[in-house]
Design a protein around this ligand. Structure first.
Ligand code: BG6
Length: 475
């Protein structure tokens, strides 16, 4: 693994939840592996009044609680030497400029979207944006117009080549493996199209609720929190054509073509849901409307399912079903491709009445792996079919623990590699496809926490059914 060139890293929102749970632990892990630049400060900035020592103590506790490999005091002492803090009460620009010594720097905006514009202006006014790269977190706007405005504001400060829009799903090993699975195996691409595939289901199910994030989530909802970004990225990687090379732009060009080919989603093809009180994994979860910061008659969706079409040569006519939600029966992210039926049912009149279609399942998390389900003859004198499966599991094949998505993404950004980041046009095309739904949100359907989501989602299915969340993906 390469060591990034010398540079300073500034983290706005350095005492926030993202920094505490993800960024500081990921930077620490990179430090222990020798994957941070040889020279360069990590400067935290936030409204909290802290000094360098206070910030180091904050980082210490965050790493002790959340780091993947646990905190080692000696490693931490080495890491902590880089940590500096600048309180951002008013105009942090000049104070930051005073501690940043290296000509190259990268600035991470781990702050709520409403703070993007003022921080970008501050960076511009203080001259700090000159030569800087910027990392920003989703959501990239809340609809097409605001995404365009945000992109314009970003471009006034830094050019696109120096912007890293993070969708942490792209940092997941299993998501990157989708490209290797598809484009590294002759057999796979042969079946990966409308000739063989009848429909595709993409699921991001979470068994956690919104918990203490009520007031933030009220502004977001499942469409903006997961559908527009994580699920559309999975869709783009599932549908993209082979790129001309593994060059970041070649890859992103192919993803853009998919996002551009999504037929604008009609509100009639969407089901929005919200969880009510219910039992999840044996524990009672309060309903979404009971949460602090949530209006008692909130119409924010905690679940969304939709059907869409990708109007491309490879995928025309194949329905794609996407769903995501919180307070569901299980946590599972997966992509399932269901194959067409065989042309002739040769076994009619035997014990086999209906044949299960072949299915490829990519388990993004948990129990990461890929399986191929097919039918086999059960041993015995009668012709009786049984569903069986060939399975690849990360746990069995590779004995190393995968790095956290943020480790990979921070390392790539420090190296200047854009492959796993979202380009301006990707985010705008994703919003464009969803804009008709944002303009005309369908009514909320309630579902009890701990279920598969609203039953109305089944009505979207042209044939077949959603793969039940209550069953293991391998079933
Ligand atoms: C985040 C969303 O982007 O992804 C959260 O804002 C969600 O609402 C989280 O819980 C899920 O991430 P993961 O990596 O646990 O699937």
């Amino acid at each position: 693994m390469r060591v990034p060139p010398n540079q300073d890293l500034v983290v706005f929102g350095a005492t926030g939840d993202l920094a505490r749970r993800k960024l500081l632990p990921a930077l620490y892990e990179l430090s222990t592996q020798g994957l941070l630049p040889r020279r360069g400060e990590i400067v935290g900035t936030a409204t909290r009044e802290l000094d360098d020592l206070g910030f180091r103590a904050f980082a210490h506790d965050a790493i002790a609680e959340f780091s993947r490999t646990g905190l080692d005091e000696q490693e931490f002492a080495t890491f902590a030497k880089r940590l500096r803090y600048v309180p951002a009460l008013t105009d942090p620009g000049p104070k930051l400029a005073a501690v940043l010594r290296l000509p190259r720097r990268i600035i991470y905006l781990a702050v709520p979207p409403s703070s993007f514009a003022p921080i970008l202006q501050e960076l511009k006014d203080s001259g700090l944006s000159r030569g800087s790269s910027i990392i920003i977190e989703k959501p990239f706007g809340h609809d097409l117009d605001s995404a365009r405005l945000l992109n314009q504001a970003l471009h006034r400060s830094v050019p696109e080549e120096r912007i890293y829009r993070i969708d942490h799903y792209l940092g997941k090993e299993t998501v990157q493996n989708l490209l290797v699975f598809r484009f590294g195996n002759t057999l796979v691409e042969r079946i990966w199209n409308r000739d063989v595939v009848s429909h595709v289901q993409l699921t991001v199910a979470e068994d956690i609720g919104v918990d203490s994030r009520g007031h933030l989530y009220e502004e977001t909802g499942a469409l903006r929190d997961i559908m527009q970004n994580h699920l559309f990225q999975l869709l783009a990687l599932t549908c993209m054509s082979p790129p001309s090379s593994f060059d970041p732009e070649a890859l992103r060009d192919e993803k853009v073509k998919v996002l551009q080919s999504i037929r604008p989603v009609a509100p009639t093809e969407v089901v929005r849901g919200q969880y009510t009180r219910g039992s999840v994994n044996g524990k009672m979860m309060p309903g979404y409307r009971e949460l602090e910061g949530v209006s008692p008659d909130s119409t924010t969706e905690t679940y969304i399912a939709l059907r869409l079409a990708v109007d491309s040569w490879a995928w025309a006519g194949v329905p794609f079903y996407l769903r995501c939600g919180k307070g569901l029966i299980t946590r599972r992210t997966e992509i399932m491709l269901f194959c067409r039926d065989v042309p002739l049912h040769l076994f009619e009149g035997t014990g086999i009445e209906a044949l299960q279609p072949n299915r490829v399942t990519i388990r993004i998390q948990p129990d990461e792996g890929i399986s191929f389900s097919f039918v086999a003859k059960e041993p015995g004198p009668l012709v009786v079919e049984q569903g069986v499966r060939m399975d690849f599991s990360y746990g069995n094949s590779f004995r190393t623990e995968p790095a956290e998505a943020y480790e990979r993404l921070l390392h790539d950004a420090l190296l200047g590699d854009h492959t796993l980041f979202i380009r301006q046009d990707e985010t705008e095309y994703a919003w464009k496809a969803l804009q008709p739904v944002l303009d005309n949100m369908p009514p909320i359907k309630l579902y009890p926490a701990g279920s598969d989501g609203p039953e109305e989602a089944q009505d979207l299915m042209l044939s077949g059914a959603w793969h039940p969340l209550s069953h293991h993906a391998q079933d």
